[in-house]
Design a protein around this ligand. Sequence first.
Ligand code: MG
Length: 385
Amino acid sequence: MAIGVAILGSTGSIGTSALRVLERQSSRFIPVALTAHRNAEALAVQVARWQPAFVGLVHGDVGETSVDRAGWQSGADCLVHAATHAAADIVINAVVGAAGLPATLAALQAGKRVALANKETLVVAGEIVTATAREFGGTLVPVDSEHSAILQCLAGRAPHEVRRLVLTASGGPFRTWTADRIAGATVQDALNHPTWQMGSKITIDSATLANKALEVIEAHHLFGVPYDRIDVVVHPQSIIHSFVEFVDGSVLAQMGVPSMELPILFALTWPDRVPDSGVPVFDPVALGNLTFESVRTEDFPMLRLGIDAGRAGGASPAIFNAANEAAVALFLAGRIRFGDIATLVRGALTSYGTLPADSLAALWHADATARRYVDAQAATPSARS
Ligand code: MG
């Protein structure tokens, strides 16, 4: 019998890739629950094709539409309901931002496998999430390409055999830009990612390198590796998805042309592999040269700010994440400059990084405080760069 899959964020970039994977793997997996943020039209097309047992639309009250939503649930709670649906064995969490956290926790508490594309889940509440997985027997498997690569390279090796993780970063659209030019980059510039087609939030995060900071924190929690043994290297071709260096000096890499369909499929089948991933045939000659560079940390301050927030622990990662989410939304709305994102996030961390973080409620308070700070500062032009 096919394994039931819930997809949270089914109309987004990861969600639509996941449905392409399930289309090819229909003898193994079947979508049983689909949720979207606000795109009712795209969701209706998916519902007509798959007839899932559960349909959720987070913003069900927004926008005029002729879509028949009979039987659909609306509101943020639909994410938790989809994640805990009895027919779902695996939950693909492809929600954007900290809003994905309650569904991850609920799925883990129900003992399900969470195929995690919502890296903010682990950034905001990494300790609570990993403890919940241990306590209730749920499983976290990464969908993020770098973390899938690390999982594939680790292949069950013991933690004491691992010396270092090296995450690759494309460098984003501003890899070769001067610092001055980066500070004034437009939304269109920032959305023009060289190697990956993704949603707007993660694409901006890739331009600031905040995404790589979120991924370092995610790797720390997923693999239990200390921050001083996680490095980042720029690899503009995005062919090598990450490296694992072992204590004997041997280094394994996982590679392939950039496509999220393989990491999505592997998150469903791990630790097994199955045919028909849809990934193009590997042709090293056609791929050409693979190159590596150091990160320009001075010109991309979000990377260091995020990793330092991870090291500091407590409320700092949640503050970093929430301030970044709020600042990216303002940048996308044309209300702040690209360079203001780091200024606002740094300010939020300085003001609120030491807030209490001893419970989920405390972390949500920190999250809300950081968002309020960013919105208030952005309304005060003198506070910006
Ligand atoms: Mg990634």
